[in-house]
Design a protein around this ligand. Structure first.
Ligand SMILES: C[S@@+](CC[C@H](N)C(=O)[O-])C[C@H]1O[C@@H](n2cnc3c(N)ncnc32)[C@H](O)[C@@H]1O
Length: 228
């Protein structure tokens, strides 16, 4: 089943290799997301899919009251060491254990793509953000997932059907799987009703990942939206 616990907790088993690779390859896309952040002093900031807490530690260093949530208990253990002083929870973005309107900023880096229910995570983010609060996230581009589906397929491929896509990162070293998505899952009527989108950027650099074929197409996108 797409989005099953297996897909969500695959980061447990690939943990260290993944973290080393992520640090090496993705510093640039991380910096790009940081550049979109508002001043964090005193702000309540939640990272959905906080992994080993690299981003959460950065938010603490900027004076934030930092929170992180991740389904991988191993990564949360690491995050506790890297970001002491943050509230860190084992859990998923689809069911956030935080009160309505309790956050000023929510961030997420390549976590939404792993969910089989992106609209649910975005709906939870809308519930937990205060009016005027900001959601800043990056996720794998649906067009890229479509390319990945196509590269392994013999027959026709359906963009609109949610399939599990297998792919590799870090020069083929780390295999991952995730459900495919459509762009309208990220831009659903509910999202458009509850958020003002202030920044949307399609990036064609493939910092960590293998490109499917030699075509030029977006790898991920970055979004900044303000809660109405
Ligand atoms: C690229 S990592 C995030 C990196 C992290 N922000 C950092 O500071 O390095 C993506 C994370 O999303 C988590 N994840 C996967 N599915 C999730 C879900 N449904 N809800 C929340 N987190 C999820 C994974 O366990 C993984 O740690």
């Amino acid at each position: 089943m797409p989005g099953s616990l297996d897909v969500r907790t695959q980061y447990d088993s690939i943990g260290d290799e993944y973290l080393r690779g992520f640090e090496k390859y993705d510093a640039e896309s991380r910096a790009r997301s940081y550049a979109l952040l508002p001043p964090l002093t005193g702000a309540r900031v939640l990272d959905i899919g906080c992994g080993d807490g690299t981003d959460v530690a950065y938010y603490l260093s900027q004076g934030a009251i930092a929170y992180g949530i991740d389904p991988s208990s191993e990564l949360i253990e690491k995050a506790r060491r890297k970001a002491p002083g943050a509230r860190l929870d084992v859990g998923v973005g689809e069911m956030l254990p935080y009160a309505d309107r309790s956050m000023d900023v929510i961030t997420s880096t390549y976590a939404l793509q792993t969910s089989d229910d992106v609209p649910k995570i975005l709906s939870e983010a809308a519930r937990v953000l205060r009016p005027g609060g900001q959601l800043i996230y990056s996720s794998k581009h649906p067009l890229r997932q479509f390319m990945e589906k196509r590269s392994g397929a013999m027959g026709g491929v359906n963009y609109f059907q949610q399939d599990i896509v297998q792919w590799h990162i870090f020069g083929g070293a780390v295999p991952l799987s995730e459900p495919s998505h459509t762009l309208q899952e990220y831009l659903s009527p509910e999202v458009l009703m509850r958020f003002d989108i202030r920044h949307f950027e399609e990036r064609s650099d493939f910092p960590a990942s293998d490109r499917a074929g030699n075509d030029h197409y977006p790898c991920y996108f970055i979004m900044r939206a303000v809660r109405r």
